[in-house]
Design a protein around this ligand. Sequence first.
Ligand code: SF4
Length: 291
Amino acid sequence: MLRYQEPLFRPPSEARSLILQATLGCSHNKCTFCYMYKAKKFQIRPWKELYQEIVEAGREYPYMKRVFLADGDPLVLETSYLLRILEALYQHIPALERVSIYATPQNLLEKSPQELRLLRERGLHLIYLGIESGDDQVLAETKKGVNAKEMVEACRKALDAGFVLSTMVILGLGGARRWKEHIMNTAKVVNRIGPHYLAALTLMVFPGTILHRQVREDEFPMPTMRQIMEEMALLVELVEVETVFRSNHVSNLLPIKGTLPRGREKVLAQIEAAIPLTPDTPLPTEYQGAF
Ligand code: SF4
């Protein structure tokens, strides 16, 4: 039995994967909106412990085709350590076909193209990364740790190394004041990256985050629900690269899926039909629990 150190997060599309916590927490852990790893101190799991878990996983789940490496950014690990993990996973889980991972742009910027290619060749297949915004001001204010240019550079490195790239952006992250710049610059960054997948999440404000305090102290004017829908429509209108677009996260007001730009008209029609029905009242700000 794998012993997880909660809280544990994984992308919705990894629901049927075996999750392995190669690290605990997030090495950055500074984003003002993020509550995920506030209670965890970043740690690298020692090899002995990790290897034992991989051997046990192989015994209990030899049929597993997918493994997802958690927590927040295990790509921060030394390349040699990641290669050891990949080797052990493919050796002990006979049915294994692909390994996916959460990463920050900083993790990608710190690795050389050769290191990334080697990881790809040894079976690391898909990277999930939060772009959040393509607007320099929003990125700086939310303490993401990189600017838009660095975000593009990091994501391009992943694509050039042959990874499948699944990205997330957050509707509402510019608040009521900067929503247009947030979305227009996010679309620009997405168009320069060309990710395989693009998920639009909706801003959630959790107690214990800096953003929660900023909202309470009126430093961050919350977007309205209708504004969120308008942001999504603008994003869909502006994305020119081919990408699978989703807004089916638990945070989203309207579940949408489609391929852009081919399916743009259909996706836009759904959003536009929903806009007049969406209340023009602020998004809720009190999410008490994780999901
Ligand atoms: S990098 Fe990701 S996991 Fe880490 S604090 Fe920022 S949003 Fe949260």
